[in-house]
Design a protein around this ligand. Structure first.
Ligand code: F2R
Ligand code: MG
Ligand code: MG
Ligand code: MG
Length: 353
C-alpha cells in the first residue's frame, strides 16, 4: 500500500519548527493579546515593493529553542542508527545541550545531560530515574521532541514503544513519557491523512486507555493526586469541547492547560489541531488551517513554543508542506535543515515499510 508522501514529512518538521520559533517569542507570558500576535506575524511578511535583492536578510531571524534542538538530535540519531539506539540518542541529546546550553532548557533536565556527559555513566536511563528524588520528570520535554519517532516507524506498536523509550532518557515519570507516547501517536495518525476528527480522537483514546492502564501509570497518577488514566480523560474532554459551537479560552486553560507539564500541554496541542480544522471567528480567514493552529496555540499563552511545536508537527503531518507559508518558514533559524532531514527520513521510512 502507498504510504504517506514526502510532503507530509516536510510539513511535520516545518510545522514543528514554526511552532517553536514563533511560539518562543511569547513563551511564559500568561496572557497573549491576539492583536499583538497578529501584528507580530504581519511583521514576518516582506514589505510590499521594498525591492530587496533576493536572499538578503530582510527580516529578523527567530531563533529555535530546546524543542527543535532536541527534536533534531533525536532525528539525527534515528537516521544514523537506522532506528532507535538509546546510547546514541542519549549522547546526542547531551552533546547538543553542551554545544548550545542557552536554548531555553528546562530547569531540571540539564542535570540529566550533565550526568550523561560523564564517562562514569553506564546506564543511560539512570540519570532520568534519579530526577525529583526518584519520581522522575513529568515535564513536556519528552513530548516536544518526539515527532521523529512517528516519521521513522510506521507500525503503531513501534511508535508507542520507541516514543516511550526516547522520552525515558530524560523523563522517567509516566506522566512525562506517556505524554510523549500520545504526541507520537497523534503525529502517526496525522501522517495517514484523511481522517475525521471523531475517528482521530477515538483511536487516540483507545490507545491511551491501554497505555495508561499499567501499574506504573496508575501509581504515578495517584501519587500526584490525579484520577486514573489522566491523558485518556483529557482526550474525552476534548471530544466534549469539539461538540460545542464555541469554547472559551478560560475553559480550555482550566481543563487542558498551557503549562510545562506534559499533562497540561500535550492534550492542549491535540485540541488546538482538531479545533482549528474549522474557521475561528477571532482569527483572520486568510490564514490557512495550519497557520490558524499555530496562532491559536500561541494565543493561549504559557508554554507557547512547546504547545505550538507539538500542534505544528501534527498539523504539518496532516496538511503537508503546502500549508507552510514561505515567509514564516524563512523567518526561522536554520529552516533549510528541515528539507534535508525530511528527505533522509522519508527514504528511511520507505525502506522500512
Ligand atoms: N524551560 C523552558 N522555558 C522557561 C525558560 C526559558 C527562558 N525563556 C529562557 O530564555 O531561558 N522551556 C523548555 O522547557 C520545557 C521542557 O522542559 P523539560 O525538558 O520537560 O524539563 P524538566 O526540567 O524535566 O521539567 C520542566 C519543569 O517541570 C517541573 N517538573 C517536572 N517534573 C516534576 C516533578 N516530578 N516534580 C515537580 N516538578 C516537576 C519542574 O519545574 C521542571 O523544571 C519546554 O517548555 C521547553 O520549551
Ligand atoms: Mg523551548
Ligand atoms: Mg535498534
Ligand atoms: Mg516551551
Amino acid at each position: 500500500a502507498a504510504g504517506p508522501g514526502l510532503g507530509r514529512f516536510r510539513g511535520c518538521l516545518a510545522g514543528a519548527l514554526l511552532g517553536d520559533c514563533l511560539g518562543a517569542a511569547f513563551e511564559g507570558r500568561s496572557v497573549v493579546k491576539l492583536p499583538e500576535l497578529l501584528r507580530f506575524l504581519g511583521g514576518l511578511e516582506p514589505a510590499p515593493g521594498a525591492g530587496e535583492p533576493l536572499g538578503s536578510a530582510r527580516r529578523e531571524t527567530l531563533p529555535y529553542t530546546d524543542d527543535t534542538a532536541l527534536g533534531r538530535a533525536l532525528l539525527r540519531s534515528l537516521l544514523n542508527r537506522h532506528g532507535f539506539d538509546e546510547a546514541d540518542m542519549a549522547r546526542r541529546f547531551a552533546e547538543e545541550y553542551k554545544k548550545e546550553p542557552n536554548r531555553g532548557y528546562g530547569m531540571a533536565v540539564v542535570n540529566v545531560f550533565k550526568k550523561l556527559l560523564s564517562p562514569k555513566c553506564s546506564d543511560v536511563f539512570e540519570p532520568a530515574r534519579a530526577q525529583f528524588n526518584g519520581k522522575g520528570s513529568y515535564g513536556n520535554g519528552g513530548a516536544m521532541r518526539v515527532a521523529g519517532i512517528a516519521l521513522v516507524y510506521s507500525d503503531v506498536q513501534d511508535v508507542k514503544k520507541f516514543a516511550k523509550l526516547s522520552a525515558e532518557l530524560t523523563h522517567s515519570n509516566s506522566l512525562g513519557y506517556n505524554g510523549a507516547v500520545l504526541q507520537a501517536l497523534a503525529v502517526h495518525l496525522a501522517l495517514q491523512g484523511e481522517l475525521s476528527k471523531e475517528s482521530f480522537l477515538e483511536q487516540l483514546i483507545s490507545h491511551m486507555e491501554d497505555v495508561e492502564a499499567d501499574e506504573r501509570s496508575l501509581s504515578d497518577a495517584r501519587a500526584l493526586g490525579f484520577e486514573d488514566l489522566p491523558f485518556s480523560r483529557r482526550l474525552k474532554k476534548i471530544k466534549e469541547f469539539l461538540e460545542l459551537s464555541s469554547v472559551p479560552k478560560a475553559d480550555v486553560l482550566f481543563e487542558l492547560g498551557n503549562g510545562i507539564a506534559a499533562l497540561r500541554s500535550v492534550p492542549t496541542a491535540i485540541y488546538s489541531f482538531l479545533r482549528c480544522m474549522e474557521a475561528d471567528p477571532d482569527i483572520p480567514d486568510h490564514y490557512n488551517p495550519l497557520q490558524r493552529t499555530i496562532v491559536y496555540c500561541i494565543s493561549l499563552g504559557g508554554d507557547t513554543d512547546t504547545i505550538a511545536t507539538m500542534a505544528g508537527a501534527i498539523a504539518g503531518a496532516y496538511y503537508g508542506e503546502e500549508q507552510i507559508p514561505p515567509s514564516w518558514e524563512q523567518s526561522c533559524e536554520a529552516f533549510q535543515e528541515t528539507e534535508k532531514l525530511a528527505s533522509s527520513l522519508y527514504e528511511l521510512y520507505c525502506q522500512r515499510i
